[in-house]
Design a protein around this ligand. Structure first.
Ligand SMILES: [Zn+2]
Length: 104
């Protein structure tokens, strides 16, 4: 952990706020892969997550986490979707059978 990483810095979204990261504070560092920018107000560390007004064109302003781009669908997901469609079709045909009053 470099010291520079923990130094206060301007918000990357350019909202004018000063943020910092604190590896010892669970809110700012809930797990090893996640860093939530915390806010500095009047030169003091507030321990509050930075709720950036410039984040994502104004929507989802309460979430300052960086979003990962959606990964392309894996083969297993495609297979699952196909199975789902088959099952859906099966249910549709079965309910048609019932509706038609198939008797024996
Ligand atoms: Zn900001």
């Amino acid at each position: 952990m470099s010291k520079a990483f923990r130094e206060p810095k301007a918000c990357i979204n350019g909202c004018g706020a000063t943020i910092y990261f604190d590896p010892n504070y669970p809110t700012g560092h809930p797990n090893p892969d996640k860093w939530i920018p915390l806010e500095i107000k009047e030169g003091r560390r507030t321990d509050h997550p930075h709720n950036c007004p410039k984040k994502k064109e104004g929507n989802g302003a309460n979430n300052t986490l960086l979003e990962t781009t959606a990964a392309p669908k894996s083969e297993s997901i495609k297979l699952a979707e196909t199975l789902c469609q088959i099952l859906h079709e099966y249910v549709r045909l079965k309910s048609q059978e019932v509706a038609a009053g198939v008797s024996k």
